[in-house]
Design a protein around this ligand. Structure first.
Ligand code: TA6
Length: 282
């Protein structure tokens, strides 16, 4: 069947399902422009979505690929991870070819955003689905008359069978800040990062792709434009305190985020910034 895109209700909210080549599919919600599912032709789901996620906009949807903008985490006075993850986005483009399905969702400033952050902007998320790959591109445009600075992330929750079995290569030698350890800085000494405790590290200026392996899964993660990579797993105790995650949720996810976190980008009036995360299953 040729790729196509349909409007669906997903956990009671408006979303689009992209049907890609050879039975691949992806779901993106209008709430937050959040990719919530990505299934490859083998039927395997690659994004973690908490069974306790809330879909009423009162909190960000726990899982998939939340869009954090214009602030990463608590690096400023705005709500944690900014404000676009709990807003409705509009659907700007839908396009399919023989080998892909693509949608673009957009959002701009309004009274509510300007009350929090006094700038005029347009932001777009483009999701492209191919047979064994998704590309998520984030574009920010300064539509105002003054420059603004921002941080942000594509806060990707990868689904894994058991996080204890995951090895993440590509971060060796990189400097990081460890939010799970009083923001201590360090340098990664392992050729493959493994997770055996709460992990919340921002790796700076990562230019190489990462390779996540676990059992028979092999996934490459490649970021462009976003200088930093964040690796987050709350582990047992912190997970128990996250009300929209089940007690064993920590075991089935690992966030590997494309981030702009170490320093902000200043965008002059009228200019655009692009960042992208590409996930490919080998
Ligand atoms: O990106 C990692 C992080 O900032 C962690 O510190 C953790 O709190 C996580 O994001 C989730 O944040 P959230 O606001 O979605 O609960």
């Amino acid at each position: 069947m040729k790729p196509f895109i349909e409007d669906i209700q997903f956990h009671g909210i408006e979303a689009l399902r992209l049907h890609g080549p050879r039975g691949s599919s992806a779901v993106i919600s209008r709430l937050g422009a959040q990719v919530l599912s990505w299934i490859t032709p083998d039927g395997r789901e690659h994004l973690y979505l908490s069974e306790r996620a809330v879909f009423d906009g009162s909190a960000a949807i726990r899982g998939g690929i939340p869009v954090c903008f214009p602030q990463f985490a608590a690096l400023g006075d705005l709500p944690k991870h900014g404000f676009v993850r709990t807003r409705e986005w509009s659907v700007n483009t839908r396009r399919c070819g023989d080998d892909y399905a693509l949608v673009t969702l957009g959002i701009g400033d309004d009274e509510r955003t300007r009350a929090l952050w006094p700038y005029a902007f347009r932001a777009e998320i483009t999701l492209m689905l191919e047979v064994d790959r998704i590309d998520v591109e984030f574009c920010v445009e300064n539509t105002g008359a003054a420059p603004f600075a921002f941080t942000g992330a594509l806060h990707t929750y990868l689904r894994v069978v058991q996080v204890e079995d995951v090895a993440l290569a590509g971060l060796y030698g990189h400097e990081y800040r460890d939010a799970a350890n009083g923001n201590a800085t360090g340098r990664e000494t392992a050729s493959e990062l493994t997770v055996d405790r709460e992990t919340d590290r921002i790796f700076f200026n990562v230019r190489r792709p990462q390779l996540l392996t676990a059992g028979n899964l092999s996934l490459t993660i490649e970021n462009q434009g976003f200088p930093d990579v964040v690796v987050w797993n709350p582990w047992v105790e912190r997970c128990a305190g996250i009300k929209d995650m089940p007690p064993d949720g920590w075991r089935h996810m690992l966030c590997v985020e494309a981030a702009l976190a170490h320093s902000s980008v200043t965008l002059p009036a009228g200019e655009e910034w692009y960042g992208r995360q590409t996930l490919v299953v080998a």
